[in-house]
Ligand binder design. Structure first.
Ligand code: SF4
Ligand code: SF4
Length: 123
């Protein structure tokens, strides 16, 4: 009985560790700025974040099948422009004011995240 409880505890701990964000940056490759809400835009205006607003307002993203392109000139929109590399992990350059879609994203909640399969296996 005690052995089973220990095994269960260990499996739970492994699952928690496995679903802790590894900061691989893959979830930021979807150009989440395209999903900025009215609330995000109002906050950035209030904060005077012209740098963010300029990018959002000039990207004009539209879906083309399974990826986003600019409706201006059709160029392929690769990941979020605020995704940065810091020595050994990816980081968000606008973390404190990142859009709601990014705040609400849970590690391992969708297939884009490499932790998804761990969650499915251990949950
Ligand atoms: S894809 Fe998952 S592990 Fe990678 S940064 Fe996003 S939440 Fe973290
Ligand atoms: S705003 Fe930050 S968290 Fe959101 S997609 Fe860009 S880099 Fe990732």
């Amino acid at each position: 009985m005690k052995k089973n409880a220990t095994r269960h505890f260990q499996a739970t701990m492994n699952a928690i560790t496995a679903t802790k964000c590894q900061r691989c940056g893959k979830c930021c490759l979807a150009n989440c700025l395209s999903f900025a809400t009215a609330e995000d835009l109002a906050r950035w205006r209030q904060q005077g974040r012209e740098d963010i607003l300029h990018i959002v307002e000039n990207c004009h993203a539209v879906w083309a099948g399974d990826h986003l392109i600019s409706s201006e000139d059709g160029h392929y929109l690769h990941g979020c422009p605020f995704l940065t590399w810091e020595e050994d992990h990816y980081s968000c350059a606008i973390y404190e004011t990142r859009p709601l879609v990014c705040r609400n994203y849970q590690p391992a909640s969708s297939l884009i995240c490499p932790l998804y399969l761990y969650r499915v296996r251990f949950a």
